[in-house]
Design a protein around this ligand. Sequence first.
Ligand code: HEM
Length: 256
Amino acid sequence: MSKEKIVESLLGQTTQKKKSRIPARLDFLQSATGLFLAIFMIFHMLFVSTILISKDFMFSVTKAFELSFLFEGGSSIPVFITILVVFIIFIFHAFLALRKFPISYREVLRLKTHSDLMNHGDTKLWIIQVGTGFALFFLGSVHLYIMLTNPGNIGPYASSDRVYSDMMWPLYIMLLAAVEFHGAIGLYRLSVKWGWFEGDDPKKSRKRLKKAKWILSAVMLTLGVATLLAYMKIGAEHQANYGERYIPQIEVQNAN
Ligand code: HEM
């Protein structure tokens, strides 16, 4: 009888350590919060880019978020609550990701050597995801904190003034690049990890997913840059009247 078996029979319980389920649960939560944030970012881009259609359209989208169809003139409270929820999920996602970060310079070097030696595409993608994720800690937090403390200051002129006169555009360029690469790689890795869209040939489906990832990044980056340029143009034209809020065309016409 082995030593372990004797101890087990004396104690009446197994000496084998039970495998903890916590890492698997944390992994699932990281995937779930990541998926939520990636989908949120697609809708965020659609809403923010309404400025490309017209100032009036962006204004009406903003007012819809302020629930102006329920309260006269709208309220910034629902916007504040939305930002707070997104911010909490953002922080939680980052906290969960901390477990995967290389913690010492030696670990970073080892990773680089491994990646160079193997020339493995997915390892490289993982390194880009860690790097962009690290940048998002700071860039994303700045943006979210500013939005959280100014929930009533969103609109064609308010946003453009912030982008141009308040000099947010350099931060937005970096944030845009980081978030679009991070999000698309994240969605790709999620699909591979959980076997979504996996056909009969895993190699082929991985190739297809990689292509979809590049297309998503390219579309979002193009739309993002065009949107940012639109806010900058309006902000530059509106600089002399900084702080003045947008009045929709229909109200201007009614007033005249
Ligand atoms: C509920 C939360 C959020 C709200 C209400 C919000 C709102 C906005 C608004 C109104 C703009 C236009 C510029 C401005 O007004 O300053 C903007 C731009 C931007 N936001 Fe957010 N945002 C949120 C969360 C996020 C998150 C989590 C990220 C990424 C981590 C993000 C990334 C960006 C980027 C990159 C831009 C520049 C847009 C572009 O280049 O097209 N936002 N956001």
